[in-house]
Design a protein around this ligand. Structure first.
Ligand code: NAD
Length: 438
């Protein structure tokens, strides 16, 4: 199959590279010239484990190319995937479909033969039908179908998620489009990964419902964590005891500083907005959005308490700013609420992150960047573990405590225990949903 992929972000690039690894001929398109230049040089513009070597392998095999020129990319293509951003529209919480619709129009103007226009971006229910209208209006003679194919990969584990998905969801209206999609995903059919073929609206809704459910699960355990702190229960024990129930499952039950990232915040807002538009409010999600903001604020309060009531004049070492480990993505990360609160409160903030610096330098003004946790800890009053990178899971806490001026630690990912902290010489240890204090 010949495939064009519009957008070379986290989803488009991973999907394009993986499709080429399936054996398809893939052309990736982006209208950001800097990205295409990097890709043509063999450089990967994002941090995603394993992506560089898989990309190089498929470029070498001449199955994968990059261009800014959309008409060339779709010439002869069986399918064109739209994998552009759908951020929150300023002001109203809606998904901003400007990029999707612009891509659809460009495709319509350039296409000369039957093609399946597949929306991979996360889009509100009804968008694929709108894409069909836009394309039909821009090129009435074009023979085409639309398909919805939402993506479920997780940053940091994206290649594995794409190659070994829990399921692939495909929404189509015609048998012809269904056949093209089946051909594209044939390597996964052969390996018996479940493919859910459904209508356009259901496919679109599955993506929002799945993400909203996961955001709810995280928010649920964060609320239980707050209650654990009041009652003396330990949320890690509670998560374990709950998660072993097969009906509940243990993933997405880790208490922390609130969910963030490029998907959950915007997708929950968009789903709430869809509910309001259809006069069928998704009240649970409206609450989840509100509670998640409260969780982040509660973390700030916790840190102020640890700083004896004020950030002013304190030196704080922050370990991790990306929204989760194994990505350089900073979009809607809890650090974007927590770190500015410290800086704004008069703290000197020393930050380290294995991959977050390139993005973080623009998004977190007024902080000092350090190469590693030990450098960040020098003369700090408080150490804050904000993202649970592997690099921060086996720290020499004794060495860290010695380098610090104060001996206080806030472990917002519950990586360590009060005993670890006490043994290392910390005099105060705060975590999430556990009352133990050293
Ligand atoms: P991104 O912002 O990283 O990448 C989007 C890319 O599209 C950018 O490189 C941009 O330059 C390019 N682009 C925009 N308009 C274009 C056009 N007209 N022509 C060519 N290129 C264009 O976005 P992302 O994180 O990859 O997300 C893309 C979509 O996938 C979103 O709808 C998102 O919700 C969804 N999604 C993301 C993830 C994730 O983990 N990031 C997971 C599942 C689904």
């Amino acid at each position: 199959m010949k495939i064009a992929m519009i957008g070379t972000g986290y989803v488009g690039l991973v999907s394009g590279v993986c499709f080429s690894d399936f054996g398809h001929e893939v052309v990736c398109v982006d209208n950001n010239p800097a990205k295409i230049e990097m890709l043509e040089r063999g450089e990967v513009p994002i941090y995603e484990p394993g992506l560089d070597s898989l990309m190089a392998k498929n470029v070498e095999a001449a199955r994968l190319t990059f261009t800014r020129d959309l008409p060339t990319a779709i010439d002869g293509a069986d399918a064109v995937f739209i994998a552009v951003g759908t951020p929150t529209r300023r002001g109203d919480g809606h998904a901003d479909l400007t990029y999707v619709m612009a891509a659809a129009e460009e495709i319509a103007k350039a296409a000369k033969h039957y093609i399946v226009i597949v929306t991979k971006s996360t889009v509100p229910v009804g968008t694929n039908r709108k894409v069909r209208e836009v394309v039909a209006a821009a090129n009435p003679a074009l023979d085409f179908d639309v398909a919805s194919n939402p993506e479920f990969l997780r940053e940091g584990a994206a290649i594995d998620d794409f190659m070994k998905p829990d399921r692939v969801v495909v929404g189509v209206e015609t048998e012809r489009a269904g056949k093209v999609m089946e051909e594209i995903y044939r390597p996964l059919y052969l390996r018996e990964f479940p493919i859910v073929t459904t209508d356009l609206e259901s496919a679109e809704m599955i993506k929002y419902a799945a993400n909203a459910f996961l955001a709810t699960k995280i928010t649920f355990i964060n609320e239980i964590a707050a209650l654990c702190e009041k009652t003396g229960a330990n949320v890690k024990e509670v998560s374990k005891g709950m998660g072993l129930d097969g009906r509940i499952g243990k993933t997405f039950l880790h208490a922390g500083p609130g969910y963030g990232g490029s998907c959950f915040p915007k997708d929950t807002k968009a789903l709430a907005r869809i509910g309001q538009d259809y006069a069928s409010p998704v009240q649970i999600i409206e609450q989840v959005i509100k509670i998640n903001e409260d969780v982040k604020r509660r973390m700030v309060d916790k840190l102020i308490d640890l700083c004896d009531g004020s950030f002013n004049g304190k030196t704080i070492a922050v370990l991790g700013v990306t929204f989760k480990p194994n990505t350089d993505d900073m979009r809607d990360a809890p650090s974007l609420t927590i770190v500015p609160a410290m800086v704004g409160g008069g703290a000197k903030v020393r930050v380290t992150d294995p991959q977050g610096r390139r993005e973080g330098e623009h998004m977190l003004p007024g902080v000092e960047w350090c190469d590693d946790p030990y450098q960040a800890a020098v003369d700090a009053d408080v150490l804050v573990l904000l993202t649970e990178w592997n690099e921060f899971r086996a720290l020499d806490l004794g060495r860290i405590a010695e380098l610090m001026r104060g001996k206080k630690m806030a472990d917002l990912r519950n990586v360590y225990t009060v005993e670890d902290a006490r043994a290392a010489g910390f005099t105060a240890y705060e975590s999430v949903g556990r009352t133990g204090k050293a």
